[in-house]
Design a protein. Structure first.
Length: 681
């Protein structure tokens, strides 16, 4: 079998494969529990898991009450722990065990690596209320605890002041807390994260009652968001004593507030919940969020935590990436989340325009309507804003401005839309003025030659906006822009008095891939009236084109043939502008997301034309073009972009907001990184 290029391994791109184990529990039987853990360790090794978490007190079971204090049980836990440690060689495992240290019994998390016990973290907060009475058996972690504990013939680090790092693996740093610890107002994992841990582990028993699973998931999600980390949680399941309690075996993995994986609950078989955690992305998030570093400096002294180096796992996390990965990061595939996103996005646009109207004491806006996606969405925003301000839609002065390549279909859609919405519609043919300008500058087209160059295109695009600005002057209104976030990223907009400019651009924070869904969302809910719905659906079926160059052999000018598929460009934009990822990693993620068209998780309403696969060579080629456009050739346009509301997290390209960059930068460093680290196949 041919060896895969390192590019195709998640490890190359800063991922750590983690798993939360839900073993079958054998009450007060350490040997049987060790057998079950070894079985799951073998399964984890086969799946390329590098960091494996077991539940609290998983070697003895949690709900055994005073049996925790029995000498025979305590001794057997120590024996079986050594056996599990040997079996776990090749990966890092964290198991729950009651351990005796200097005549005290501790509820601990034991870190195993290289076939040995490498560290022991005692539980800090022992619950002693309602059904819990852990202080009857265990001592909490405290300042007076010894710094080391004997295990066999070795002394190993002991204490709640430990974090752990895999040798040679940047960012593979984790901290451990036990069950009740993360229910505390200030969980130990908060300080572990501030001390550099990017993965936080919680060994839990956590009996189940109605509603508690949602509360656990909420705590895991919020802790991973607040600490800019991954949070892995494993609770006890089938086999724990149900004398007075019940157990559901919940396991979850969250990263930066988002759920990556969770387990089936109330299962009777031992299982693993696996996900690839992006420790590189976590590091970049902390790097760009200065508040994290400020808090760490304030709360953590240099000597607060000991960093324990562990042998790096030798297992290979090969195969496909094990985590959710949206093809359309601006368009969630979950229908409920998509509905919520559309509601928020549309209302952000509407409220932004309403505020500008109030600030200018305005009652008129001027907008160009082409019959394409962007101008349609902007017009819908105008209508909703006027309705909410109780202004007549006649104050929306909408103009369709056919040029040399305007198709009858888009022109008729523009007119149908303006009429259905009840705005003041008009038509201005820009061709006579364009011919005058082309003749004045000596362009060959004016002499009858079919020269359709960039000058030919931009004369038309510029004239349209020039007309709109003068119409705004004449009518005492302002121009509403239509260019979207994706076009701004690519520089696919005419600069100066062109479609780059407006008095206020409602679409500047909305990606092209989301606009299609926003239009459908507005149509389905009849937010601006039912009469326009058929036209909106016809516009959704129209190919994206600037319609500046006449059709050739029946084929209209295709935007995506020039700048690349917007689905890919929006994917590139999200990971580069939001997280600052290396181009080779963006290519890897895009390949993972787009190589298999049979994956069924398409957002509702995704057109068939976008349900296609992209091979690595194609992704690399389009990404190279994107990098050149984004970093090198189009920033000067964004440096002068008009006002408009931010809509998506980290998605604004305003020079006054999320993205500030020099207008004369080079894309060379990004292109070199892409070429050096991304194969063609």
């Amino acid at each position: 079998m041919a060896q895969l290029h390192p590019f195709h391994s998640p490890r190359t791109h800063g991922f750590v494969r983690v798993a939360a184990a839900t073993p079958v529990v054998f009450t007060a039987d350490p040997k049987a529990n060790a057998d079950e853990q070894i079985r799951l360790i073998d399964q984890a090794r086969a799946e390329g898991v590098e960091l494996l978490l077991f539940p609290e007190l998983s070697l003895s079971a949690y709900a055994i009450d005073d049996l925790h204090m029995q000498e025979a049980l305590i001794a057997e836990v120590e024996v079986e722990l050594a056996r599990v440690a040997k079996a776990a060689e090749g990966l890092i495992a964290v198991v729950g065990a009651a351990l005796r240290v200097e005549d005290r019994l501790y509820n601990t998390a034991v870190v195993l690596a290289g076939g040995e016990v490498r560290g022991v973290v005692p539980k800090t907060y022992l619950p002693n209320y309602r059904e819990y009475y852990e202080k009857r058996w265990f001592s909490p972690a405290g300042d007076a605890d010894p710094a080391f504990a004997r295990f066999g013939d070795a002394w190993v680090p002991f204490g709640a002041d430990l974090t752990f790092e895999a040798h040679g693996r940047d960012g593979f740093v984790f901290g451990v807390e036990v069950c009740e610890d993360y229910w505390a107002p200030l969980p130990p994992s908060t300080r572990q994260a501030l001390a550099g841990a990017r993965i936080l582990l919680n060994l839990s028993a956590s009996n189940i009652v109605i509603g508690k699973a949602d509360e656990r998931a909420l705590l895991c999600a919020s802790q991973s968001a607040r600490t800019a980390s991954a949070y892995v949680f494993a609770a006890s399941g089938w086999g724990e004593s149900t004398t007075d309690l019940a157990w559901d075996g919940q396991a979850t993995i969250h990263e930066l507030g988002a759920r990556l994986a969770d387990s089936p609950r109330f299962d009777m078989d031992g299982a693993l919940t696996v996900a690839d955690v992006d420790v590189d992305r976590i590091g970049l998030e902390r790097l760009r969020t200065g508040t994290f570093a400020d808090c760490a400096r304030r709360e953590i002294d240099a000597e607060t935590f000991r960093r324990i180096e562990l042998p790096a796992p030798t297992v290979d996390p090969a195969g496909p990436l094990r985590r959710p990965l949206d093809r359309f990061p601006f368009v969630p595939d979950d229908p409920a989340r998509l509905d919520q996103d559309c509601f928020e996005a549309f209302n952000i646009q509407v409220q932004g325009l309403m505020r500008r109207l109030k600030a200018t004491n305005g009652s008129r806006v001027v907008i160009g309507v082409s019959g394409g996606l962007d101008s349609t969405q902007a017009l819908l925003v105008c209508c909703r804003a006027f309705d909410r301000l109780e202004l007549p839609r006649s104050g929306i002065l909408a103009y369709t401005m056919p040029g040399f390549a305007t198709s009858e279909g888009t022109k008729s859609n523009a007119w149908a839309l303006m009429k259905a919405l009840g705005v003041s519609g008009a038509e201005i043919d820009i061709r006579p003025t364009a011919e005058t300008m082309l003749k004045a500058i000596g362009h060959p087209f004016a002499a009858g030659e079919p020269v359709h160059d960039i000058t030919f295109e931009n004369v038309q695009a510029g004239l349209r906006t020039d007309y709109l600005f003068r119409l705004a002057n004449q009518n005492g209104g302002f121009v509403v822009g239509t260019g979207d976030l994706s076009e701004l990223a690519l520089g696919w907009s005419t600069y100066g008095v062109g479609d780059q400019m407006s008095h206020y651009n409602v679409n500047s924070g909305v990606a092209k891939t989301l606009i299609r869904h926003l239009i459908r969302w507005v149509a389905d809910r009849e937010l601006v009236g039912a009469a326009c719905a058929p036209t909106l659906r016809a516009i959704l079926d129209t190919e994206i084109s600037p319609e500046l160059v006449p059709a050739k052999d029946g084929a209209i000018q295709s935007t995506e043939a020039t700048v690349g598929p917007y689905a890919l460009n929006d994917f590139f934009l999200f990971y580069i502008s939001r997280f600052g990822l290396r181009p080779s990693k963006v290519a890897y993620l895009a390949h993972q997301a787009w190589r298999d068209p049979a994956r069924g998780d398409w957002p509702a309403g995704t057109p068939e034309a976008e349900r296609i696969a992209h091979d690595l060579a194609s992704i690399k080629g389009w990404l190279g073009k994107f990098l050149t456009r984004f970093f090198q050739t189009s920033q000067f346009k964004r440096s002068a972009m008009p006002n408009g509301p931010k809509v998506v997290t980290g998605g604004s390209l305003s020079p006054r907001g999320d993205w500030r960059a020099p207008s004369d930068a080079s894309a060379a460093v990004w292109l070199r990184e892409l070429e050096a680290n991304t194969p063609d196949a």
